[in-house]
Every structure is written in C-alpha cells, then in structure tokens.
Write a protein that binds this ligand. Sequence first.
Ligand code: M6R
Length: 607
Amino acid sequence: MCGIVGYVGSKDVVTMLLNGLQKLEYRGYDSAGVAIVANGCLEVHKTKGRLSGLCSLMDGCKAPGAVGIGHTRWATHGEPSFENSHPHTNCAGDIAVVHNGIIENYMKLKKWLQDEGAVFVSETDTEVVAHLINHFYTDDLLSAVQAAVTHLEGSYALGVVSEKHPDMIVAARKDSPLVVGVGNSENMIASDIPAILEYTRDVIFLEDKEIAVLDCRSVRIFDEYGKPVNRDSYHVDWDAAQAEKGGYEHFMIKEIFEEPRVMADTFMSRYKEGMIDLSDIGIDEKLVRSIRKVGVIACGTAFHACMVGKYIIERLARIPVEAEIASEFRYRNPLIEPGQLVIIVSQSGETADTLAAMREAKKRGAKIAAIVNVVGSTISREADAVLYTHAGPEIAVASTKAYNTQLMAVYMIALELGRLSGNLPIEDYIRYVEGLKNIPQLMNTVLQTKDQLARIASRHFSQNSVFFIGRGLDYVLSMEASLKLKEISYIHSEAYAAGELKHGTIALIEDGTLVVATAMQRRLFDKTVSNIKEVKARGAKVLAVCFEGSDMPAEIADEVITLPDTDDIFAPLLAVTPMQLFAYYMTVEKGFDVDKPRNLAKSVTVE
Ligand code: M6R
C-alpha cells in the first residue's frame, strides 16, 4: 500500500513526480504529497485526499533540474489528514522522507527520539524515520540512512532527500517493493514500474535491505553491510499504453475486455504441440511420484483461484490439496512435508501475507512454485520456480483479468499433475488441453453478455444484500463473484454452497432479495435448481447463470445469463467474467469510483 516516487534529472521535477504518482494512485489515495529540493531549499507540498487535490495545489509550479520525492497514501497509522500525509520531515525541515510499509517498533523509537528532543507533528510511524535519519546525520546522507535502517523493524520502501544534498536521492527497501529506473542523465525510484515507464524501460529491482543512491549520472547500490553491489538492470518489454485506459471509461472494464487476449497469452506461453510444458518449473514425473499433497496459498481473489485449484487438482490428479489463506497459514504452525509442492498465487508478487507464507513454507522444506503476474516482484524472485500469468499491468484495484489468468495457470498445473500422476488418461488430457486452448475464443462470446448485465444491474443496484450460490466449482466461482461485488459496490454479499443454505442462511432470504445462482455443473444441475426453487419460494429474485441449452425452468429465474457450451470443468473460467461485469455495472449505477474503491489498495504490502 502507498506509492512512492523520486526523480533526479534535468526535467521539471514537479511534472515527473505528479505523473508518476498518478500511475501509482491505485496503491492508495488517502492523501498525496511531494518534497522538492530546488535552489538549495527543501519544500514540502501535501494535501489530504486524492492526487487531483495536490495537482491543483501545485498548478503552475515548475522546478526543472531539481530533486524530489512523492507519495500517495493508504493510511495505516493515523487518519487521512494533512499532518499525517507524507513526506515527513525532521524538526529543522531539511530532510524529507516518503515511506511505504509499516515500522513496527515506531512507538519505541518515537519515545527515544522525543527524549532526545525531537518534536513530532503526525501520528504516523513514518515520521520516526525522518527524525532517526536526522539523529544519525553528520554530513553524509547515505551513512545516516544506513545507520537509521538498522533500527527499523517491519517493512519499508523509503525515498529520502535533503537540502544539504541537492542532487541526490537515497532509497532503501525491506519487504516493500521498490524499483530504480535508470534513465539517460536522469534516474528515478518508484513502487511500481508503470510510474516510470514513460521515461525508461531499464529498471533495477532493489533486494531486501539494500540501499540505493541516485544522482542524475549514476545509481549506486549497497548491501546491508554497506558493500557496493553490482546489479544488472532489467529491460521491461511491455508498453506504457498497456497501463492506460485506452478509451474505456474505467480501468476495470478495459481490463475485463483484455481477458480473451491475456488468457490466450498465458496458455500459449506453455503450450507445445498439444501438451502443456511445465518442466522448467519442476512439475515433472519425479516430483509427482514423490508428493503426497499439494498446498495452494494466497489472499483475496488469488485465494479464490487457489480454491478452484483445489477442486480441479483433486478431481484430475487425485492428489489431496490444501487451499489456505496466507494470513492464516503463516501463523498456525502448518504441517509441511519436506519436498512438498506449495503453489503460491499473487498478481502483484508483493502481498505481505502471501510473501510471509511463502517464506514460512520454504523454511519448512516445501518446494515453491509461484503463479505471479508482476515480473521481477519479490515473490517471483524468491520462489523456486515461477509460472508467469501474462495479464499485463492490472490497475483497477478489483482484480479481473489477473484472476482469469491465474485460473488458466491453475488449470494447466492441474492437467499436468493429472497426466503425470497417471490418474488422467491421456485421451482425456488431450481433450482437456484442447478445451482449455479454446476458452479464450469462447470468452469473446461471454463478453457479449455485457449489455444484458448492464440492464440487470440497472434493475437491481439498490439491493442491500446479494447471495451467490452454486455447487462444486460453481460454489468456488461464487466466492469470487461475491468478493467482486462487495469490494466495489459496497453491497453486502455472501457466497454459499447451494446445499448449505438450508442450514441457516436461508433465514436471510426475504421478498426481493437477489440470489445469483450458478448452475454449470451438469451433474448437479437438478440439485441446484431445487435450491433455487427453495429461495424463490421465499420471495427471492433470481439471476441464474448456466450453459446455453440448459433446461432452466422459466418460472424460477427472473434473469438468465447463458454461456457458450464447454466442459463443466471449465465453468469458472467462463462464468467469472459475467460476475465481474455484474459487479462493475452495479457500481457504475451506484455512482461509486469503480477503480479505486474505498478503504482498499491494489498492492497490500502490509499485514
Ligand atoms: O497481488 P495479490 O494477488 O497477491 O493480491 C491479493 C489480494 O489482495 C487481491 O486479490 C485483492 O483481494 C483484490 N482487491 C481483489 O479484487
């Protein structure tokens, strides 16, 4: 959470920082601020609320050839306010700091610094960093930052400037993402690549506990012991335009419409002559012979991809799968067998709980295969093997296309585990591989449900509560459908296994309650229809989702979305998109900010 940027070079630093922050606003939008060192003076400009407020405040300001850092905040310590906005400074106001992460021991440090005479003006954990650097400062900013970070517990990506060093940025990281952009007579830092992509495609990923010193001519990196580090830069091969709205009203709808392409890209990256090739990530016969169970771990939407993974791996490969929420796994003394396969799923590759769970599993002897979208992210670097999802930059806070590609990856793993375990006959394997290959094509038809879903949303957006029900894979799909709706429309919603409703939750169904029922598991179709009848009998309005040609009784479904025919096993891949569109249009109808829902941030780099 929070986005940080920094720029040193000859261009106008105000423009550079504000442009960069605009690309990072998805990481937090409670307040925004910049610190600029121009003509030997440090100036701080900040404001509560969205970046647009800061842009208005700075309208007409220019500072070519200066040095600066900027921040967009997702509040953790202290309410969104002017005082708690970054950058924070020392008492003299000559050192400024922006920070993403949480300083866990800040109370202790604050007390100590106050006893030393420091006066604090905010409730943030970050302010201690500014005072701490000041405490250690003699005449060298790098040494002061190096000394300060040895006292910090928790996570941080830091950008530091001082008016005593008007041509330098010092940056440091531990457990929070930070990239250095290497330009031509200009250098930058940012929490994420899109912030700097307009200016350079060459980036350096800082490792944990490293510190970088940037001026316009050079980038120097030091390890935690102060030893210089040689690090090659990574050339980014995707385009800045991919991180723009491209004519769509919101990133979310643009990203939903990219799903056929990115799903095909993800599949084709592993498809070779009718088969899926995962040998380079260690999913081979030797592994499959040795494993007795598989773990799949993630947070949020990525966890829902894990749940689909559990259902299909167990079905195709007959290997037991434990799907687990990362924040639970990391603290529950989990049982991991040495050599066990643990699959970690993360769009950003930076989610704090997921990263910690991965480290925990690794420490206990697991072999880690990560399904990750962001190339070079911490999880991708620390995993034993990576299956990249090729979703491209996902900007909307609500994950859509990244989830679809995570599903693609999970299906590919399940098919390979099935084939290699001998539990999936080769003719079924070949049929499923071809079926999966065909999904992106079918997605184009699925997207045509857009107008119907917009109309349905216009009739139902004033609902207070929505229930999503289904059985088997339709149930795990419902979990994601429910999360999508609640996170952006703020409508209370719950996902329920359709057969479980009668054990309590059906008490909540009353006249007019909307129930979204997915009935795409043909084997269970009649059972789900019975459950739909039960809610209908209690006054529910029903939106049913089924395959074309299904015999959905007209009297029980008020609205029906039909999806192109394919094998039941692929239902979640097709059905999730109408659910994303439904959440999108419900939110548009309510007039909320689709791409930046309240209280959330794209990359959750704090616990
Ligand atoms: O970057 P990650 O995939 O690790 O993120 C995990 C969750 O924070 C994320 O999926 C979150 O639930 C999204 N807001 C869902 O739309």
